[in-house]
Design a protein around this ligand. Structure first.
Ligand SMILES: Cc1cc2nc3c(=O)[nH]c(=O)nc-3n(C[C@H](O)[C@H](O)[C@H](O)COP(=O)(O)O)c2cc1C
Length: 164
C-alpha cells in the first residue's frame, strides 16, 4: 500500500469480524511498535497483548465507549517505563498503520487507567498510555457512526504560514 494513501485512508474503526488475525500480522504490528523512534532512543514503550476472550471482555467492560474491544481479534496496551506521550502516540499510529497495511482495522480506546492496571497487573511505576483494538473489519458495519463521520477541518483553518 502506498504510504501516503495508507496514512490518509486509515480510519478508526470499531466493527470487527469474529476472525483472528494471522500470527505474522501481529508480529509485524509489534515490530512496527518496536521500531518506533523515541526521544533519545530511550525506547519507553512496552506492549501487553490481550487475545483471550475473557481478557478482551474484561477490558471492554471498563468503559461504555469501548464495548467494541470485546470483538477485537487482539487488544494491545501501550505501557511506558518512562512517561512520554509523544513517543506513545507515534508508536500507536505506527502499529495501526502496519495493521492497515495488512488489511486490519483498529481503534484506540480510552479506559480508566487504574482499572486497566489492576486487571493486567501493570506495576505502579509503569505508565499506561493507550489501549488499541485490532481486527478485520466487518464490511456490513464498516461505515463510521454518523456522530464521528470523518470530518476534518479545512487545511486553511489549520495551517499558519511563517507565524501564528
Ligand atoms: C486518545 C484517543 C482515545 C480514543 N478513545 C476512544 C474510545 O474510548 N472509544 C471510541 O469508540 N473511540 C475512541 N477514539 C477514536 C476517535 O473517536 C477517533 O479517532 C475519531 O473519531 C476520528 O476517527 P476517524 O479517523 O475514523 O474519522 C479515541 C481516539 C484517540 C486518539
Amino acid at each position: 500500500m502506498d504510504l501516503y494513501r495508507g496514512t490518509i485512508s486509515k480510519r478508526d474503526r470499531r466493527a470487527f469480524l469474529p476472525q483472528p488475525i494471522p500470527e505474522e500480522s501481529l508480529r509485524r504490528i509489534l515490530q512496527a511498535g518496536r521500531m518506533t523512534p523515541s526521544s533519545k532512543n530511550a525506547e519507553p514503550n512496552r506492549f501487553i497483548v490481550v487475545r483471550s476472550p475473557e481478557g478482551k471482555q474484561a477490558l471492554a467492560d471498563l468503559s461504555p465507549m469501548a464495548r467494541w474491544l470485546a470483538d477485537a481479534a487482539v487488544v494491545i496496551v501501550i505501557a511506558q517505563v518512562n512517561e512520554h506521550p509523544f513517543d506513545a502516540g507515534r508508536c500507536a499510529q505506527n502499529m495501526m498503520l502496519a495493521a492497515w497495511n495488512d488489511g486490519i482495522g483498529s481503534c484506540p480506546a480510552h479506559l480508566p487507567e487504574e482499572r486497566v492496571r489492576e486487571l493486567l497487573g501493570i506495576p505502579p511505576e509503569v505508565f499506561i498510555n493507550r489501549v488499541i483494538g485490532f481486527g478485520y473489519l466487518d464490511p456490513e458495519r464498516s461505515g463510521p457512526p454518523p456522530a464521528v463521520a470523518r470530518k476534518r477541518k479545512p487545511l486553511e483553518e489549520l495551517v499558519h504560514e511563517e507565524r501564528w
